[in-house]
Write a protein that binds this ligand. Structure first.
Ligand code: FMN
Length: 391
């Protein structure tokens, strides 16, 4: 069975539900690690007070016994602590008098207008609740399952922030080496001087009632060459990775390796020369590269180098200084709806993008090596790596 997941939930509903099928038996999950990753999604300079209200404790209601997956569907639950204040507003059954707080002024940049038109809603809340990035809590929880599967195959991931607004991190040391500093940074940037500039930019946006976007990077190390496929357009590793990251709220562009720069560079400075060194073992056996502009993907397949994925995050749509909008009931001009909101979500977005990329990696592993038990999967990956060094 292919590895798949489904999500359900609303931002201010009772909680978030995730169902994962096709996940191997025998994976030992690390509860503390899941807690750490969930906290990383909640953290970051520029988040709203909502993050102090939520616990984001992941509950497994099926598929996990004594910390080990059973091979059956895995069901996950994350309670929305904020729901207590929204019980009536979000009640599944009719409440007396209906909702007194209809949302009628769509926010530019959010799902509000298109969602109200599509589903014929008079209360925009019916569209915005499931569109909310609150749902990314579950994507990160499910990403933890992907990371546990990758661990068993000696594949690692890391994510960090390259830019917030106009403030760039500049050249960075290997993020795998800087992981502790990245995790300790309120903007997930390991370099102290750019970190301070990014924090100041967020503070400035907050004072102005504005919001800020930025750029994040995810890297995956240890992926053997040949993962993914070009047998069909939907199976290319680059296409699948881009889809996974673009599907996260507020992501507006995705780059693999130096994809953007490559459009204006000659081929001689774009492609990564191939060498062979029997003394080295890479993800492609003894084949080595002197650069990785391709970001670890050629022809829709991993090539054994680090998978490098960058995502561009737009500034969030809810502005304390709202943009002009129109009341969908009266058609009169009014400022857009305002509710509690983050100012900058770029650090959190890096954690979510990492979860999304890891999910694609896990999918390709299960596809290529089978997913009944983790020990079979891991030993097949080892066997494949042994084959690669014979080439
Ligand atoms: C972690 C995270 C938190 C977000 N928080 C907010 C928020 O508080 N207010 C808001 O208007 N948008 C927020 N967004 C962005 C919206 O969810 C997103 O812009 C909206 O769903 C429309 O989707 P689109 O931007 O992908 O077109 C957040 C996004 C992320 C990734």
């Amino acid at each position: 069975m292919p590895l798949q997941f489904l999500l359900a939930g609303e931002s201010h509903g009772k909680g978030l539900t995730g169902i994962v099928v096709g996940y191997p038996a025998g994976v030992r999950l690390d509860q503390e690690r899941i807690r750490r990753v969930m906290k990383a999604r909640q953290a970051g300079h520029g988040r709203s007070r909502r993050q102090q209200i939520e616990q984001d404790e992941v509950e497994f209601t099926a598929g996990l016994r004594h910390g080990v997956t059973m091979g059956s569907p895995i069901a996950l639950w994350i309670a929305n602590q904020d729901h207590v204040r929204w019980r009536e507003e979000m009640a599944p059954w009719p409440v007396e008098g209906g909702s007194p707080n209809l949302v009628t002024r769509p926010r530019p940049g959010h799902v509000d207008l298109a969602g109200a038109l599509k589903w014929d809603h008079n209360d925009i809340r019916n569209a915005l609740e499931h569109a909310s990035a609150r749902l990314t809590a579950m994507r990160v929880a499910i990403g933890c399952l992907a990371q546990a599967l990758m661990d068993a195959c000696a594949i690692q991931s890391v994510s960090h922030v390259l830019r917030i607004g106009r403030e760039s991190s500049g050249p960075q040391a290997d993020p795998f080496v800087m992981r502790d500093q990245i995790n300790a940074s309120p903007v997930r940037c390991a370099a102290p001087e750019p970190e301070a500039r990014m924090i100041a930019a967020i503070d400035h946006a907050k004072e102005a009632g504005d919001s800020l976007g930025g750029v994040v990077e995810v890297r995956v190390r240890g992926l053997p060459a040949g993962m993914g496929s070009n047998g069909h357009w939907t199976s290319r590793l680059d296409g699948r990775t881009a889809q996974a990251v673009m599907s996260i709220q507020a992501f507006k562009a995705v780059e693999i390796g130096d994809g953007v720069e490559s459009a204006s560079s000659p081929g001689s400075r774009t492609h990564d020369p191939i060498g062979y060194d029997p003394a080295q073992v890479t993800g492609a056996g003894h084949f080595i590269r002197s650069s990785n502009h391709a970001g670890g993907v050629e022809g829709g397949l991993s090539n054994g180098e680090d998978l490098i994925v960058r995502g561009w995050v737009k500034p969030i749509p809810t502005l304390m200084n709202p943009l002009p909008s129109v009341n969908i009931h009266t058609h009169q001009p009014e400022p857009a709806h305002v509710e509690r909101a983050d100012v900058c979500v770029v650090p959190a977005a890096s954690v979510i993008a990492e979860a999304a990329v890891c999910w694609v990696v896990a999918e390709t592993l299960v596809e290529r090596f089978g997913g009944d038990t983790i020990s079979q999967l891991a030993s097949r990956v080892d066997e494949y790596r042994r084959y690669l060094v014979t080439r």
